[in-house]
Design a protein around this ligand. Sequence first.
Ligand SMILES: C[S@@+](CC[C@H](N)C(=O)[O-])C[C@H]1O[C@@H](n2cnc3c(N)ncnc32)[C@H](O)[C@@H]1O
Length: 225
Amino acid sequence: MDRQRLSAFINAFDTDRDPLLTQLELESISQGIPIIRHEMISFLQVILKIVKPGRILEVGTATGFSALVMAAYSDPSCHIVTIEKDPDRITAAREHFSGTDMADRIRLIPGDAQEVLEMLANDPEHACGYDMVFMDAAKAQYIHFLPLVKRLMKPGAIMISDNVLQEGNLLESKYLIPRRDRTIYKRMRDYLYALKHDPALITSILPLGDGVALSYLREDSQAIG
Ligand SMILES: C[S@@+](CC[C@H](N)C(=O)[O-])C[C@H]1O[C@@H](n2cnc3c(N)ncnc32)[C@H](O)[C@@H]1O
């Protein structure tokens, strides 16, 4: 199946467009900022209505598009913590947040996600404190972030990991993958294996956008490990 045609077909049904988000989406695409694919917007919107998170953790802010999508479509009492390491993107994200009425609900923590996640996981205010995690940073690092992210999730929380199918590359034999992409290929396969074999998680891998893994942390996860 032609994936681009499929996406265009799905996206053509969209009606509910927030002008501010549409403008930021188009601006980000024209500047080559790697934001969520369009079909992820309504996916997040539905998930946010079902889960009704009070606190969301995002790993990988870029210039703030997905954080603003989550803020716009969640309850006004929902707070978002988002992590980014690129200084220019941090500046741009802060500008985008401050231009909205959602700025006081979004906290951007600058720094490398591994270090920030470690710091948060050891802070009682954050440990087991998140109802939803959106993982959207360097794909090869998801496998390293996972144990810390699990410590930050409340039992019963969900995690959405984006870009897990790597433009379909993950389906191919490793011999067809250019050498420079083999580390990310191996680590993403390991990550999907870890998500599916972790007894504390229930995960569905969906061929939406560039591939999404939707994981649920079991209520009895602390007893399981
Ligand atoms: C795909 S973009 C995020 C897009 C954003 N979620 C959106 O849709 O608007 C990934 C971002 O993660 C950041 N990133 C990658 N590795 C990181 C790390 N180890 N720590 C913090 N940020 C990281 C990159 O700088 C990049 O801006």
